[in-house]
Design a binder for this molecule. Structure first.
Ligand SMILES: [Zn+2]
Length: 304
């Protein structure tokens, strides 16, 4: 079965700690890897979780705070030592691109693979697209320019009913259009409706990443209806003022966004190190939205 899996490599805030690594996730989409944020130590977590450097094609950086990008030069440098070929595209807010480009050009000279930078700016929009997936950037509301990312599978094809295909002796050349929803016209001119020949397509899955951001209804609009939402929950509700001052959200606010957006499941993370046990944040979120899980290093979430 096709894979669409989110791997949590780091879900702490601010600095690496004994409990958590800073932000990093890897989307495993049909065996290619796409990283979101790259906090310090992300390359070590990749090794621990057996995520191969060779399969990593794209890195999406939300913003230029160190806990979201300090792992990037080290990771790119290590990948050069592994002599992987091909290309890695780093998508990041425009403000940090020249800084990172010169830094990486200095430390990662003559890499055996190409490093391409893609600036994310303005209102974002679709910044990546292939035959099966789009990645959309949208603004978050933090202390510096910051973007969330939505990974959406494209609509899938309908399933052929093999018995009916054989019964009507449909030529192979017509099968693709029938999977796309077309009716079949027999040589005698009879129209065979598509729903006789096929069963509905599997649902296309979607995943949204929102970190870092303060509570803002525009985030709910941007992520409306996604299957799984990762939303930062740096603090609990008793620190709501501090959260707002620092451009962060509480667990209750993350859940309110999930409820308003009508998502299927909420994953919270980016925990302040004041919380030894993040279950307190999960419980707070569950008081507002039922389907909540706490992120934790090493977990994998299947979207299909
Ligand atoms: Zn930040």
């Amino acid at each position: 079965m096709a894979k669409f899996q989110v791997n949590i490599l780091g879900c702490g805030s601010a600095t690496p700690s004994a409990l958590h690594n800073p932000s990093c996730q890897v989307i495993d989409f049909r065996d290619r890897l796409m990283m979101i944020d790259c906090g310090e130590g992300s390359q070590v977590q990749m090794r621990r979780m057996k995520l191969k450097f060779q399969r990593l094609t794209d890195i999406f950086i939300s913003h230029l705070h160190g806990d979201h990008c300090f792992g990037l030069p080290g990771l790119l440098s290590t990948m050069a030592l592994h002599e992987r070929g091909g290309r890695v595209t780093v998508h990041m807010p425009q403000q940090g691109m020249e800084l990172f480009r010169s830094f990486i050009n200095y430390f990662c000279k003559e890499t055996p693979y190409d490093i391409v930078f893609n600036a994310v700016s303005g209102d974002g929009g679709i910044i990546y697209e292939d035959h099966a997936l789009t990645v959309e950037a949208f603004p978050l509301y933090h202390r510096i320019p910051c973007y969330g990312y939505i990974f959406r599978e494209k609509a899938k094809l309908r399933h052929l009913n093999g018995d009916m295909v054989r019964f009507y002796n449909i030529p192979v050349a017509r099968l693709q259009s029938i999977k796309e929803g077309a009716d079949y016209v027999t040589p005698a001119g009879d129209v065979i409706k598509n729903d006789i020949l096929t069963t509905p397509a599997d649902k296309a899955a979607s995943y949204a990443y929102c970190s870092d951001t303060m509570f803002d209804h525009r985030v709910a609009q941007a992520v409306r209806g996604v299957d799984v939402l990762y939303h930062e929950a740096t603090y609990s509700d008793d620190c709501a003022t501090k959260a707002a001052d620092r451009g962060h959200a509480t667990a209750r606010q993350a859940a309110a966004i999930a409820a308003e957006a009508g998502v299927g499941k909420l994953i919270i993370g980016h925990y302040s190190k004041r919380y030894i046990d993040y279950e307190v944040l999960v419980r707070e979120a569950r008081s507002v939205f039922d389907n909540v899980a706490g992120a934790c290093e090493g977990i994998k979430i299947d979207l299909l």
